[in-house]
Design a protein around this ligand. Structure first.
Ligand SMILES: [Zn+2]
Length: 356
């Protein structure tokens, strides 16, 4: 029996099985889906299937499959942002550079070293610089035998249309909550209450849920961030601005961390919205139900809706490289205090506008 490790992407897996049997693989794939949905797992599985020595591919057990699983196969390479690595100008790297693509092209021009196929996985293809994307395009336009490129991205709209059109697009969908609960429970032995919480918190992205199964810190960190959020809601503008500034500093070092905080807030305020409109059964933060019910009393539906829009706008502006400190300060101003504080809110807005 072949060992596709990806859970819940049956449509995509059966497509690959047919392509492998018919030797009708594309030379470039684009996997689209939210973070932790399983794009990398699927890409590595496909690399295994292409190089597997067994009859039923991927077997997960042959030397080739094992080497790919442990990132030590000479013909399977992952290209992406290198966390913590700085560019020549001593800025944190925020792009996949043309140099990385040129190195990949050189490697692709050589025959497989130990396997049957060379596989290049470009993780976070939305981070390709314009030059890198153009350089890659040339390769995608002229397929090389026994070479497969797999681009991973959260949204194909973030990539040049020319690159997208050269790849076979495959969308990975998050798992339904009950499907994930069952998988966590039966495959990884997670107890049901925890499986239920993780299914909600991960929004169907198994990678995150599994990370939280193996590392308790993830849930602890979430709890800390949520506690901090609740403090900030009650805090005055001075404290909120100090916090905005801390986040802006973090953003310069680690964009992903700030995105996580904003996502956490979005979940929290969406939960408040759901409580107001009677959608209790699809709430994310199921372990904080008591607090949510209490906090929801402090806001009107309109306040909650407005602030959800503000969080989404802030996320979009940060993606478009707006000044993080300004974006986050505006978000702090937009965050509603308890009802009856709208006057303070107005006064603070005016004083900021006047530079006070
Ligand atoms: Zn194998």
């Amino acid at each position: 029996m072949s060992m596709w490790q990806i859970v819940g992407q049956d449509r995509v897996v059966s497509l690959f099985q047919r392509s492998l049997e018919g030797e009708s693989l594309a030379h470039a794939y684009l996997f689209i889906g939210p973070s932790h949905v399983g794009k990398m797992t699927l890409a590595l599985n496909l690399a295994q299937a292409l190089n597997c020595e067994a009859e039923e591919r991927p077997c997960g057990e042959c030397l080739s499959c094992q080497k790919i699983a442990s990132a030590s196969h000479a013909d399977v390479q992952v290209i992406g942002l290198v966390p913590g690595e700085n560019s020549a100008e001593d800025k944190v790297r925020t792009e996949i550079s043309i140099d990385q693509i040129r190195q990949m092209q050189h490697s692709a021009s050589l025959p497989p070293f130990e396997g049957k196929y060379k596989v290049f996985i470009i993780d976070g293809a939305e981070f390709l610089s314009i030059e890198a994307a153009n350089c890659l395009l040339k390769t995608l336009e002229e397929p090389i035998g026994k070479v497969v490129f797999i681009l991973l991205t959260v949204a194909d709209s973030l990539l040049p249309a020319t690159v997208v059109s050269r790849c076979q697009r495959l969308e990975l969908v998050p798992l339904a909550a009950n499907e994930m609960e069952a998988a966590l429970n039966s495959r990884w032995g997670v107890e049901l209450p925890k499986a239920k919480l993780l299914a909600r918190l991960s929004h169907g992205c198994l990678g995150w849920a599994l990370a939280a199964v193996f590392d308790d810190n993830l849930l602890l960190q979430r709890a800390e961030k949520l506690d901090r959020l609740l403090e900030i809601i009650k805090a005055d503008y001075e404290e909120r601005f100090v916090y905005a500034n801390q986040l802006a500093v973090q953003f310069a070092q680690n964009r992903g961390m700030v995105k996580e905080v904003l996502d956490l807030w979005l979940d929290w305020w969406r939960d408040l919205l759901l409580l107001k409109i009677g959608g209790n059964d699809i709430i994310t933060n199921v372990d904080r139900m008591d607090v949510l019910v209490e906090v929801a009393k402090d806001y009107s539906l309109a306040q909650i809706r407005d602030f959800i829009n503000s969080i989404q706008a802030a996320g979009e502006q940060l993606r478009q490289n707006a000044n993080p400190r300004l974006v986050l300060e505006v978000l702090m101003l937009d965050m509603p205090g308890k009802e009856g504080r709208s006057q303070d809110n107005l006064a603070a807005r005016l004083s900021v506008k006047n530079g006070g």
